[in-house]
Design a protein around this ligand. Structure first.
Ligand code: BES
Ligand code: MN
Ligand code: ZN
Length: 493
């Protein structure tokens, strides 16, 4: 499928499906659209009246045009109120249209959508992203896929002449999102610490990044007792991934992105019971998936910023070698942790990853983790929790998320709650009381960052969606990649 800008006038466009965006309560046809309607003998006006189309955001209707005419079908998509138009409105409208055009088996699709904020580059990028994200399908594990996929070959963005670079950018970003989707959706017998390290190596060799994989012995030498404690029951070796993107010339900033990479979370000896969602715990490497997806996108976009992509990857399993509840681990910064719950393993793996990143002398660190069910209880399935003591990093991430359309909400870092992690025998426990569980998790992580501005995103909700949602198909969302790319690029300004 090729998405391309086009300066062809609306009235001269020819193809299978022409999609037109209309604002809410402004569906009377004027100007060019009135002429288009005349050209097709009033079919648009009739369709709007018959279907009582009001232009509500994401609503779509379509009709067949007279046989023999240069356009076979017309699709109308609602854009909501004009003063509420967001970049994400365009992304979602484009996704809704792409789904209709796929069902219609269109090959050539045209878009006539308005500009957001007089910004043709951002608008073209969002539209292209919406189309590509919505048409993603994952048939890797089907022997005979029932969904034959879209037949769309060409997508023309009318009125976006000259926006080739914006569309290329969309392609690069979506390639990263789709990598993250594939990694999260693949089960724990397909994505393991070994294969995740291989994926990092493949990205490095394809896009020219530096890569270092620390083996168990390397991690032992660095004193990563918290990470290795989580890994110790598994038959599979832990892998500590460190990818580095270095721009040509002097970097404007040096950043790290860290992702929780638990390829399966059984809970350990505090095993997840019935109804705990244990069968969905392949998603527990969603942070690492977003990290690798961002690496893939950033390596293609080539911003003036150095970025370290880090994940301490392991399985949380049970065996005769498993951590006992109550074991005391020593992290690589020397702090001791009483593991009062082996199911709070993500923070143990992140602890050593944060210490590692903190020593690199960077300007900021962001970690992403499917860390707590408590965050899902607080913010629901669609919104990630943002935890940081640093207002500057918080507003950078909020701005990046605004542009990407990925929802985040800043949560309090209530220091007093750290009392819940006090241990009688070690420096801290890994688990506090149930109330405020996502906050104590963030406060735990904070103990492992000394010098660097840092933020944590709890993505346990948005990493996955059970039903089709906007441009997300049901399943893995690739959440975080788009926000991370914007954050990295924005931080060089
Ligand atoms: N991986 C889970 C968190 C999770 C829950 C991710 C639901 C995605 C969906 C994490 O390791 C975990 O088990 N957290 C526990 C922490 C508790 C033991 C303090 C939880 O949230 O229940
Ligand atoms: Mn767990
Ligand atoms: Zn987990």
């Amino acid at each position: 499928m090729t998405i391309q800008p086009s300066d062809k006038p609306l009235l001269e466009w020819a193809g299978d499906s022409l999609a037109i965006g209309l604002f809410e309560d402004a569906v009377e046809l004027t100007g060019e659209l009135a002429t288009l309607d005349e050209k097709f003998s009033g079919v648009l006006k009739e369709l709007i009246a018959e279907e009582e189309f009001k232009g509500k955001a994401n609503s779509t209707i379509f009709t067949r045009v007279n046989p023999g005419s240069p356009v076979r079908k017309l699709i109308l998509v609602g854009l909501g109120k004009p003063d509420e138009l967001k970049l994400d409105t365009l992304r979602r409208a484009a996704a809704a249209v792409a789904r209709v055009a796929k069902k219609q088996k269109s090959k050539i699709l045209g878009f006539s959508l308005p500009l957001w904020n007089n910004d043709p580059a951002a608008s073209a990028q969002a539209i292209a992203e919406g189309v590509e994200l919505a048409l993603y399908q994952d048939i890797r594990f089907k022997s005979e896929p029932e969904d034959k996929g879209s037949q769309i070959e060409t997508v023309d963005l009318l009125g976006f002449g000259g926006q080739e670079a914006a569309i290329t950018r969309a392609n690069q970003i979506v390639s990263g999102v789709n990598l993250a989707r594939e990694l999260v959706a693949a089960p724990a017998n397909a994505v393991t610490p070994i294969t995740l390290a291989e994926t990092a190596q493949a990205i490095a060799s394809e896009y020219g990044l530096q890569v270092e994989i620390l083996e168990r012995e390397d991690c032992e030498k660095l004193g990563m007792g918290a990470f290795l404690g989580v890994a110790q029951a598994s038959e599979l070796p832990p892998k500590f991934i460190h990818l580095t993107y270095k721009p040509e010339g002097t970097p404007k900033k040096k950043l790290a992105i860290i992702g929780k990479g638990v390829t399966f979370d059984s809970g350990g000896l505090n095993i997840k019971g019935a109804g705990s969602g244990i069968e969905t715990m392949k998603i527990d490497m969603g942070g690492a998936a977003a990290t690798l997806g961002a690496a893939k996108a950033i390596a293609q976009i080539k911003p003036d910023v150095e970025v370290h992509f880090i994940s301490a990857v392991a399985e949380n399993m049970i065996s005769g070698r498993a951590m006992h509840p109550g074991d005391i681990l020593t992290a690589s910064n020397g702090k001791t942790i009483e593991v009062n719950n082996t199911d709070a393993e993500g923070r143990l793996t992140l602890a050593d990853a944060l210490v590692f990143a903190d020593k690199l002398g960077l300007d900021a660190i962001v970690d992403l983790a499917t860390l707590t069910g408590a965050n899902v209880i607080a913010l629901g399935e669609d919104i990630a929790g943002l935890y940081t003591p640093d207002d500057a990093v918080a507003s950078q991430l909020e701005k990046a998320a605004q542009t990407s359309g990925e929802k985040i909400w800043r949560m309090p870092m209530e220091e007093k709650y750290f009392e819940g992690l006090k241990s009688g025998i070690a420096d801290m426990k890994n688990t506090g009381p149930r109330p405020g569980g996502s906050i104590t998790a963030a406060l735990f992580l904070k103990q492992f960052v000394k010098d660097t501005p840092w933020a944590h995103l709890d993505i346990a909700g948005p990493v996955w969606t059970d039903k089709e949602n906007g441009y997300n198909s049901s399943g893995a969302t690739g959440y975080g990649v788009r926000t991370l790319v914007n954050w990295v690029e924005g931080s060089g300004e």
